[in-house]
Design a protein around this ligand. Structure first.
Ligand SMILES: [Zn+2]
Length: 106
C-alpha cells in the first residue's frame, strides 16, 4: 500500500510509515469496535457498531431503538457500550486546515 502522507510504497501491514513516520493503515485496517467520532448522535455507539459490522448507521439506530422500546434492555446496553467501547482516535487531517490562497494578481 501507499503512505497517505508521503506517497511512498510501504509494507501492507505497516502501522507507521518508515519514510515519514506518520501513522497509516487506520482507515483500511480498521476492524475494532470503537465509538465513532464522525457519525455520533449521542456517544457514537450506534455508528461504531455500524462501522464494525459494515451496516447503515440508521439501520443500527432503528434496531437499537426497537430493542430499547420493546425489549427494555436497549438503553442499558447503550450505556454499557458507551462505557466499555473505546473512543476512536482523532483522525489526523490529510489536508492542512489553512491552505494558502493563490495569488490573485494586483
Ligand atoms: Zn509516509
Amino acid at each position: 500500500m501507499y503512505c497517505n502522507y508521503c506517497g511512498k510504497v510501504i509494507q501492507d501491514d505497516a502501522n507507521l510509515c518508515p519514510y515519514c513516520g506518520r501513522r497509516v493503515g487506520t482507515v483500511a485496517g480498521r476492524r475494532k469496535l470503537m465509538r465513532s467520532r464522525v457519525n455520533r448522535k449521542i456517544a457514537g455507539v450506534c455508528a461504531g457498531f455500524a462501522e464494525y459490522f459494515d451496516l447503515d448507521v440508521t439501520v443500527v439506530r432503528v434496531v437499537w431503538l426497537i430493542v430499547a422500546l420493546f425489549g427494555g434492555g436497549g438503553i442499558l446496553a447503550y450505556i454499557i457500550a458507551w462505557i466499555v467501547m473505546p473512543e476512536e482516535p482523532e483522525v489526523v487531517p490529510v489536508v492542512p486546515v489553512t491552505t494558502p490562497q493563490p495569488y490573485q494578481g494586483a
